[in-house]
Design a protein around this ligand. Structure first.
Ligand code: CP
Length: 307
């Protein structure tokens, strides 16, 4: 039963529940009109304390496609947070107006904190470098649509694996399915946190290797998950400038990849995928964006009890 639940990280959903949400998203992709009224009378709040294009707008589009309505903010400077109101009080107030809240906040743990004070479900739309579970639902819907399932893939995660919350959430989700192998491609300074290795990959018995050069491993991959080096997570601009162009996927590197490899990216991209790759049939990141809206439609329908 998903009605009324909070979704802070992928582990809050069982394998069966993830399957149920993704299967519903797949039905919505095929026949969106059949779901156009299921959230009539329900309200979603989008509380974005950090910038977003895809996540906020896809949540809002999702609720509108379900017949519900939306309120919220995209800039915390226009809220009483600037007067010193705590997150706890903001959530107590907003949750008395709406049926479900999607919140992004730069502080790790903020979504969990919000869930302690909320009278309605909290969906974590990204908490700092921690987790981004609806990006993971997006990625899972995309992988199942394009690769047929979630098992037996060699997945390369490339770029900022240290701060990349989408990587933390997707490694956690894919570790629950058999025979996946991970190739962790990053500069040493941006390697995946020890807690993901110790608490996620090792207990799940996931085989993983590390690499510093994408061209050394790209030929082994079924799925390449590119990520952006995130300027906003660095304390020191010099470090960002030194690391920002560590990886650039271009046509030359794509020639070394399997013919059926797919390239995913949560977006936004900066330099890490050259625009010349966009026309390659293996580039799936704009399809992924579209699937994200349906994944969020399915999740909203389940958490509000509409379906
Ligand atoms: N993928 C993602 O979270 O994009 P936005 O930052 O634009 O929401």
């Amino acid at each position: 039963m998903l009605k009324g639940r909070h979704v802070i990280e992928p582990g809050n959903l069982s394998v069966q529940e993830i399957d149920e949400i993704c299967a519903l998203a797949e039905q919505m992709i095929v026949d969106p009109a059949s779901f156009s009224d299921v959230c009539r009378g329900k309200i979603l709040a989008t509380l974005f304390f950090e910038p977003s294009t895809r996540t906020r707008l896809s949540f809002e589009a999702a609720m509108q496609h379900l017949g519900g309505s939306v309120l919220g903010f995209a800039d915390a400077n226009a809220t009483s947070a600037t007067k010193g109101e705590t997150l706890a009080d903001t959530i107590r107030v907003v949750s008395s107006y709406v049926d479900v809240i999607a919140m992004r906040n730069p502080k790790e743990g903020s979504a969990y904190l919000a869930s302690k004070y909320s009278a309605c479900p909290i969906i974590n739309a990204g908490d700092g470098g921690h987790h981004h579970p609806t990006q993971t639902l997006t990625d899972l819907v995309t992988i199942r649509a394009l690769k047929g399932g979630w098992e037996g893939h060699t997945v390369g995660f490339c770029g900022d694996l240290k701060f990349g919350r989408t990587v933390h959430s997707l490694t956690k989700a894919l570790s629950r399915y058999p025979n996946n192998k991970f190739v962790l491609i990053s500069p040493n300074e941006l390697s995946i946190p020890d807690y993901i290795i110790d608490q996620v990959l090792r207990p799940a018995g996931i085989q993983y290797t590390t690499a510093e050069r994408l061209e050394d491993v790209i030929g082994d991959l079924d799925i390449l998950y590119m990520t952006r080096v995130q300027k906003e997570r660095f304390f020191n601009e010099q470090d960002y400038i030194r690391l920002k162009d560590s990886y650039i996927l271009d046509k030359e590197k794509m020639k070394m990849a399997k013919e059926n490899m797919i390239v995913l990216h949560p977006l936004p991209r900066v330099n890490e995928i050259a625009p010349e790759v966009d026309d390659d049939p293996r580039a799936a990141y704009f399809k992924q964006v579209k699937y994200g809206m349906f994944a969020r439609m399915a999740l909203i329908s389940k958490l509000t009890g509409a379906l």
